[in-house]
Design a protein around this ligand. Structure first.
Ligand SMILES: Cc1cc2nc3c(=O)[nH]c(=O)nc-3n(C[C@H](O)[C@H](O)[C@H](O)COP(=O)(O)OP(=O)(O)OC[C@H]3O[C@@H](n4cnc5c(N)ncnc54)[C@H](O)[C@@H]3O)c2cc1C
Ligand code: FES
Length: 508
């Protein structure tokens, strides 16, 4: 909001800038009260909206790669010629503007007509595509199918009661009370009708008949398919302890879960968060924003050490402690009886609500029932096709051959799920595109964003550049001298550069 009220930055581009004043890669200016970015890519100059269509990240601080510009915040990419959001998490295009050069001045006066992507669905394209799952991967696939001009039918079956939402927000601004609910839907309800996407909510798919090529829904109906995308995501692990089934004990995955936590917060004074995971600690930060006293109970000695290492773990702990969170590490909750939680160490904590964030488990029942090859996830090829021809899988359930780590990996990242949904969509149309995106995720704790690119399950060295405590750092996770992953705080450009280097195989 503050952005919108501040006077627009830079020179008035309708009056133009001297070519001598535009010597770098980008120049931020404005047209009326709209901020517009001049971008030099090779010998060409483009003009594009200055803010990312995801969360308004400043593209002037992004990275130009070929004819694209990448957002510094969560690594979306836009085509400078068309404005198309070519990489998630952004899904909506940006406006592109006509650049004119008169003598030595560069002027921008009018929008360019949004060029139609102009793709042709191949002749062998299927008629009927069914998507099971209304989350990150399922939604991104449906949206991409229509972007690709797919004219056939799309049925999206989702067990959720809500249309696809911005799930990462459920443990951040929305839970903290600083984002209104109308920020959550990935698209307004009208989108599905207009795009011809038959979104069926509360539709629990119980079986796939791979021979007859149809799926069965719990209400007894069936839907036939030519291509099927499984994107059933993951579900929170529930604690096998007495009292975990009480109404004030919550897990957090869906909008309904989040609303239930917000309801529990009313009149509450103290919360226990079980688990010092990303979701647990993001929830802790959100609850602190609501002035709830928060106790975090977790068995590990440091939060997030397994993923980010000890230095970042200590930093995250200190960050939360500064905000008043009390940690009970090396401990677990043994039982919950009403407001009393008994710890394994013997202590008792009193709390009005409990949030359990002890990890998730991929939802594989459907894939298992239909005989797909599994290996701690649905095994897919580089094209994201499962062992059953015509059935693809994407998102939290998919284990794919990652060309960067050279391992078969499965991750639980929003951006990866969306990008896999998009690649699977193109491949269901016969495009045969290998999924080769470098994994990326972000996490937000109070005002501190943590970005992570690559994939390192184990490392033998962490090289720290900068100062973690000063919130200005980049950490390289190395094995055998090779950088597998990079995490950073407020080093957005370096994070984008690391992603590019990993793509190009030049990471040092
Ligand atoms: C609160 C929260 C915050 C997060 N924050 C971040 C973050 O900041 N950064 C990040 O990178 N990642 C984050 N994640 C992880 C990210 O949201 C997931 O990796 C991503 O949503 C996975 O997408 P998906 O499409 O595989 O699954 P989901 O988005 O979970 O969607 C799965 C869908 O399948 C449906 N479904 C399941 N089984 C069936 C069935 N049998 N029939 C019909 N429908 C079915 C579900 O109802 C759901 O609609 C967060 C996750 C949560 C829960
Ligand atoms: S703000 Fe640009 S990718 Fe999120």
């Amino acid at each position: 909001m503050a952005d919108q009220q501040a006077p627009p930055a830079g020179p008035d581009l309708t009056k133009g800038v001297s070519a001598d004043d535009f010597t770098g890669e980008t120049l931020l200016g404005h047209i009326g009260d709209q901020e517009v970015l001049l971008v030099r890519a090779g010998s060409e100059i483009f003009a594009i909206d200055a803010h990312c269509s995801h969360y308004h990240g400043p593209l002037s601080e992004g990275l130009v790669v070929g004819h694209g510009i990448r957002c510094p915040w969560h690594h979306a990419c836009f085509d400078l010629r068309t404005g198309e959001a070519t990489r998630a998490p952004a899904l909506s295009p940006l406006t592109v503007w006509q650049v004119e050069q008169e003598n030595d001045r560069i002027l921008v006066r009018r929008k360019r007509e949004q060029p139609k992507p102009g793709r042709k669905t191949p002749a062998e394209a299927p008629d009927k595509i069914v998507i099971v799952g209304g989350g990150a991967a399922g939604f991104a696939a449906a949206e991409m199918l229509r972007r690709q001009d797919f004219q056939g039918s799309i049925v999206m079956l989702s067990e959720d009661s809500a249309a696809p939402v911005d799930r990462p927000n459920l443990s951040k601004d929305y839970l903290a009370g600083s984002a209104p609910e109308d920020w959550l839907p990935l698209r307004p309800d009208s989108f599905y009708k207009e795009a011809g996407i038959d979104l069926r909510l509360k539709a629990n798919v119980t079986a796939i008949d791979t021979k007859a090529r149809h799926v069965a829904i719990a209400d007894g109906s069936t839907v036939s398919y030519d291509r099927l995308l499984l994107a059933t995501g993951a579900e929170p692990v529930r604690l096998p302890i007495p009292g975990a089934d009480q109404p004030h004990v919550h897990t957090l995955r869906s909008l309904a879960d989040c609303r239930a936590i917000i309801d529990s917060v009313k009149g509450a004074r103290r919360a226990i968060v079980i688990g010092a995971s990303f979701i647990g600690l993001e929830a802790a930060a959100a609850l602190r924003a609501r002035e709830i006293e928060v106790h975090v109970v977790a068995p590990e000695p440091r939060p997030m050490e397994r993923v980010l290492g000890p230095g970042m773990g200590d930093f995250v702990r200190a960050l939360h402690e500064e905000q008043g969170v009390v940690f009970h590490l090396g401990d677990t909750v043994a039982a919950i009886d009403g407001k009393h939680a008994t710890l394994k160490s013997g202590g008792v904590l009193e709390a009005d609500l409990v949030v359990v964030g002890v990890g998730v488990r991929p939802r594989l029942a459907l894939a298992e029932q239909s005989g797909l090859k599994l290996d701690r996830g649905v095994v897919v090829s580089d094209l994201l096709e499962s062992s059953a021809p015509g059935i693809f899988a994407a998102g939290d359930i998919a284990r794919w051959p990652d060309p960067h780590s050279k391992d078969n990996i499965r991750v639980e990242h929003w951006v990866v799920a969306q990008r896999q949904g998009q690649t699977a969509a193109r491949n269901m149309l016969g495009q045969r595109e290998a999924f080769d995106a470098v994994p990326f995720f972000w996490s937000q704790h109070y005002d501190v964003p943590i970005n992570y690119v690559g994939h390192a399950e184990q490392w033998d060295e962490i090289a720290v550049d900068g100062d973690i405590a000063a919130r200005d750092c980049l950490l390289r996770y190395k094995r055998g001298g090779r950088v597998l992953a990079v995490t950073s705080i407020y080093r957005d450009l370096a994070s984008l550069q690391a992603e590019l280097a990993m793509e190009q195989g030049t990471m040092r």
